[in-house]
Design a protein around this ligand. Structure first.
Ligand SMILES: [Zn+2]
Length: 164
């Protein structure tokens, strides 16, 4: 049997239902989302209908962005999720491969508001760094960003009453 690179079956990145490979092709078929094609060279999974690309890391699919709004939106969602889990982000680390795509969309901190971080770009008010080269750490060929975090003030803690 010849299967595509992700084996005889893999999860649909959209709905997480198991989708089966069509033998002798590079295609997986989701009942709801139709055909996905695996590219053996780039190890991308491409949704044929939408043209969206995904890569796999430790069992999770990561959408590969081609537009700055896509990755900015994903970071915004992750910040929201972090906040509801009781954390606050202190830094965003964006994969090196997005540098050219997103650079002109980052905010430059005004020198008087942030004397220490002069020239350091920001996104949603958070300092931004770029990841190490993906050759040194394969994870960064796949994932889009990472957030440094610290515990925030839980919404139901006594401290939060100060702000009532
Ligand atoms: Zn699906």
């Amino acid at each position: 049997m010849h299967y595509p690179i992700f084996g005889s079956e893999t999860l649909c990145p959209h709905c997480r239902q198991m989708m089966a490979a069509l033998t002798l092709t590079d295609t997986y078929l989701c009942q709801r989302h139709g055909a996905f094609e695996a590219d053996p060279k780039t190890e991308d999974l491409v949704h044929l209908q939408s043209g969206r690309h995904w890569r796999l890391w430790e069992g999770e699919w990561y959408r590969q962005h081609t537009h700055p709004d896509g990755i900015r939106f994903e970071i915004h969602e992750a910040l929201d999720r972090l906040y509801t889990e009781g954390f606050r982000a202190t830094k965003v680390i964006i994969a090196q491969r997005y540098r050219a795509l997103i650079n002109s969309y980052l905010e430059q901190a005004a020198p008087w508001s942030d004397p220490v971080g002069i020239g350091r770009p920001r996104l949603y008010g958070l300092p931004v760094e770029f990841s190490p080269d993906a050759l040194d750490d394969r994870r960064w060929q796949v994932i889009n960003f990472d957030l440094d975090k610290e515990p925030g003030i839980p919404l139901n803690s006594p401290h939060s009453r100060l702000f009532d």
